[in-house]
Design a protein around this ligand. Sequence first.
Ligand SMILES: NC(=O)c1ccc[n+]([C@@H]2O[C@H](COP(=O)([O-])OP(=O)(O)OC[C@H]3O[C@@H](n4cnc5c(N)ncnc54)[C@H](OP(=O)(O)O)[C@@H]3O)[C@@H](O)[C@H]2O)c1
Length: 320
Amino acid sequence: MKAVVYDRYGPPDVLRVEEVPLPAPAAGQVRVKVAATSVNLSDWEGLTGSPAYARLGGLRAPSRRTLGSDIAGVVDEVSHGVTGFQVGDEVYGDNLALMGGFAEYAVAPESTLAHKPTELTFTEASTIPQAGAIAMQGTHRAVPGCRVLINGAGGGSGSFAIQLAKRLGAHVTGVDNATKQDFMRSMGADEVIDYRAEDFSRTGAPYDLILDLVAQRSVFAYRRALARGGRYRCAGGSVRTLLRVLTAGSVVGRATGRSIGVLVVKQGPSQFEPLAALCAAGDIRIHIDRTFALDDVPAALAHVGEGRALGKVVVTPQLG
Ligand SMILES: NC(=O)c1ccc[n+]([C@@H]2O[C@H](COP(=O)([O-])OP(=O)(O)OC[C@H]3O[C@@H](n4cnc5c(N)ncnc54)[C@H](OP(=O)(O)O)[C@@H]3O)[C@@H](O)[C@H]2O)c1
């Protein structure tokens, strides 16, 4: 089968398309004929090996040769111990531990997958698992009238997070670069901030809930951005910032009547199926910026990593 592989961290040109053996599912796993794999910022981080947490699996060289975790496709082989799926089932899920989605076939543990809602295409379903879990867990505490800020709101997780916070009745501010301001408004943001022109910890603050997808500021800036009783959670960003949030953040937060911490995202179908149901019902929009063929995975990753994507980017391995 065709797969996009790499052996060292680097820019997209370290990726190449190769013929590799068809992967065999181990106990408790299924093999999926991949129809669509959406690109997440975590794929870009796994490609470049930056921030440093992206090297947890392999300090000097990547431990997985093929990236791509948010897969959707058809089960074509089932190993022993699998009880919930059979050959021919249409599935989707976040295969973050094994990856392998930028290929014609991928193996995934049964526990990571769910049956695809019939209302959604494979391309649509592939956009939901990772970005959706982050967005749901990052916004579920929003209440009517509260002021929510989403930093990095023009990307995959952010475009779901804006809509989810709006559904809960929040007043939502989206922060991203200038080219994504109209897009964030179209997703429902009441206010938008260009992070290259303004500092959200000063503009429009204080906020009751902040979901930060690209944390890069000091804990004092986050404290300043929060109302008393407010909550800040970051899902990604520089390692330095994440470590500061984990250590000084909780102390500063507690001392000033705020909660400052890291969002450790829970995984698995229960974390993304509720969002898929909302998408299937037409209550939440899926915005797909572009789709790419398997041969064009380097361009797809660059499109996301270099910040040009509005919403989600999807690779469709079976479409040539
Ligand atoms: N905690 C966990 O367990 C867990 C699990 C999986 C993923 N994650 C993380 O969750 C995050 C999810 O991101 P995603 O997939 O939604 O990424 P994405 O689609 O790439 O969106 C990120 C957005 O942030 C913007 N951005 C970059 N720098 C910014 C800044 N300084 N201020 C404001 N906006 C900025 C980017 O635009 P430009 O670059 O064009 O400016 C882009 O629009 C990632 O950081 C990922 O590592 C966490």
